[in-house]
Ligand binder design. Sequence first.
Ligand code: MTE
Ligand code: MO
Length: 358
Amino acid sequence: MTTQPVELTVHSSQPYNAEPPRSALADHDLTPLDAFYHRNHAPERPRIDPATWTLRVDGMVERPATFSLGALRERFREHTEVVTLQCAGNRRAGLMAVADLPGETPWGPGATGTARWAGVRLADVLREVGVEPGASDVVLAGADLPEESDGGPYEVSVPLEKALAPEVLLAWSMDDAPLPAAHGAPVRVVVPGWIGARSVKWLERVTVTDGPSHGHHQAVAYRLLPADASPAPGRGVPLGPIAVNADVLAPDDDAEVAAGPVRVSGYALAGGERTVVRVDVSVDGGATWRQADLEPQAGRWSWRLWHTELDLPAGTTRVTARAWDSAAGVQPADPAELWNPKGYVNNAWAHVTLHASA
Ligand code: MTE
Ligand code: MO
């Protein structure tokens, strides 16, 4: 088998925002590194020397501390998790087709990917410094300086309860190799089951607090607003756990295929603590459905690959997929009902159009 270099669709170069085509994600438990999307907010990637890098842990803790990379490796056990990251803006193009979202990145299906991450548990680090009573949130700050952060770094927070969950890692390794600079080296946070925005890259500071971060990307962006509201600090619901989502990854949208049996495959992701329990595929716009076969999950926090075989007649067929999660959540049919002023969480039914020749 020959592997061709993946060509990413580059939405912007400063900040660098790029996604792979569906075909590069299809049928891989672990996303090939060159097919992993890039989502940045600052125009420049920070330059960090791992030899002098330190992590400051402070705020409502009994023993504020500063750790070098060596100290983190020595003091804490390494843990590994296979985790799917998904940007809250994934599939935004489907919302933009409903109504314009000026200034927002028109993400297609590729702002998601799965990797094997290794590092230390944030919980172990927090236990070492001792969280004080009354604390409720953990603020995570990177080294990069987005323009909308008013001179400060990219900063978000997660509730203390999630920060203490065993799956949340401070990762230095991606797919058994050192974490690439583009994905947050030397150390990034990985918050499984939650929107990608909480998985802070180029981590420099962890601060235990009694409220969420006031940073732009916690207080204004990455919040869900009703369609008729406009973003303002504290308005709307902060996005945390991912909503159930799925996509068709192969064949690609608008592909030419031979009529007859066609293998269709994709992924489904439940988000939060939930799991994918079922994926349906329809060739008649959702009037009737067949159940796809689910493949074993690579990890508790990774997507679930699925596939089915369709018998396609000559001509054009629109293939639709939807997933169900273990909380009886199912993807909604219509992106018009989901449209929101920042264009997050498009988890409407997925479609690709296939052209079959006899
Ligand atoms: N961390 C920092 N420091 N700066 C960022 O711009 N973007 C976030 C998150 N962590 C971001 C960050 C968003 S919105 C997503 S979806 C993921 O990183 C993307 O991670 P990736 O570029 O490694 O795919
Ligand atoms: Mo994101």
